[in-house]
Design a protein around this ligand. Structure first.
Ligand code: UT7
Length: 324
């Protein structure tokens, strides 16, 4: 027997304001054609003035709890992935905890930028498997619009704001790849590449918030290699092959990277969940946003094998295999 973390439900939240490529072409020297061709992005959501990462996270959490049929007082853990917290401290997770009216258990943030959701899912899964939590809320929430240099066309066209969440619960299972729940998670980082994707501010370094800086082509090259490796690792660990995967739900950074991973797995494009076109890159929020969209519209069903993968600043990267 094995304790598995079963995903009971999911929810998401997107700010109301939509920024299109045409809007961006009025702000910087760019075009809908360039953005679409290089990234697949058409539009993204941008948080309103005063709308914080915790607001996005709270709304996604409420939706996930409702979908799961779980009350906030049943939760004993909140793990929130973000690189854009409301404040340096306390953790944004504790603000969400307070608004949900949850007074027991623990709530904390994890920071792995675009891999943040995989990291948070892995942390929560390990708490559950160790018997330290029974019901957990895992959130990815970001307001990247606040750390973009809106004069840098190489980065400001790529990102958007949003939040997604899942509710996990411990379940006793036989311990085979046919089990429902998270089958395995795989985390990696390589800090030698921290200067290829970073923010040029921070409380200790500059006492400013700073702006996102990225060497896009370099990141692209590493992403393709690292994602292929972690996908292979996830399948091998479970004695599964690419043919067993029902859905690929990748981090949504660039349509070309997403399609490349899908092709390597020989998955038909209709088995790959793509939201980058209408969300842009929402960093830690992108996987739960995509997952939730495909669950709520009926594409992902009970028994499906779902592969999640992401790569982000650090570098960090990771994957997770989940039986829905
Ligand atoms: O989520 C974390 C992980 N992040 C990623 O996975 C991002 C990975 N990287 C990428 O997705 C791509 O590298 C980008 C989409 C960021 C850029 O695409 P690219 O094909 O690598 O373009 P590039 O950076 O090599 O730029 C090509 C040209 C340059 O002009 P020159 O030097 O060839 O004259 C840029 O100045 O495109 C120019 N350019 C733009 N032109 C119009 C850069 N940004 C823009 C823009 N509009 N917004």
């Amino acid at each position: 027997m094995a304790i598995r973390s079963v995903i009971l439900g999911c929810g998401s939240y997107l700010p109301a304001r939509v920024l299109t490529n045409a809007d961006l072409a009025r702000m910087v020297e760019t075009s809908d054609e360039w953005i679409t061709e290089r990234t697949g992005i058409k539009s993204r959501h941008i948080a309103a003035d005063g709308e914080l990462t915790s607001d996005l996270a709270y709304n996604a959490a409420l939706a996930a709890l409702a979908h799961a049929g779980v009350a906030a007082d049943e939760l004993d853990l909140i793990v929130l992935a973000t690189a854009t917290p409301d404040h340096t401290f306390p953790a944004t997770a504790t603000r969400v905890q307070a608004r949900l009216g949850m007074t027991r258990g623990a709530a904390f943030d994890v920071q792995a930028v675009c891999s943040g959701f995989i990291y948070a899912l892995s942390v929560a899964d390990n708490f559950i498997k160790a018997g330290q939590a029974r019901t957990a809320l895992v959130i990815g929430a970001e307001t990247f619009s606040r750390i973009l240099d809106w004069t840098d066309r190489g980065t400001c066209v790529l990102f958007g704001d949003g939040a997604g969440a899942v509710v996990l619960r411990a379940e006793d299972n036989p311990g085979t790849a046919a089990d429902r729940g998270i089958l395995s998670t795989h985390l990696h980082s390589d800090g030698r590449h921290h200067d290829l994707l970073y923010v040029d501010g921070g409380p200790s370094a500059t006492q400013t918030v700073g702006h996102l800086r990225m060497k896009g082509q370099e990141v692209f090259k590493h992403a393709v290699v690292n994602l292929a490796e972690v996908v292979r690792e996830a399948l091998d660990t479970n004695g599964l092959t690419a043919a067993d995967i029902t859905w690929l739900v990748p981090h949504q950074a660039n349509r070309r990277i997403i399609e490349g991973t899908g092709r390597k797995l020989k998955l038909p494009p209709e088995r790959v969940v793509v939201t980058v076109d209408h969300h842009g890159n929402t960093s830690a929020a992108s996987i739960p946003l995509a997952l939730c969209e495909a669950v709520l519209d009926g594409r992902i069903r009970r028994g499906d094998l779902v592969l999640l993968e992401a790569m982000g600043g650090g570098f960090t990267w990771g994957g997770a295999l989940v039986r829905w």
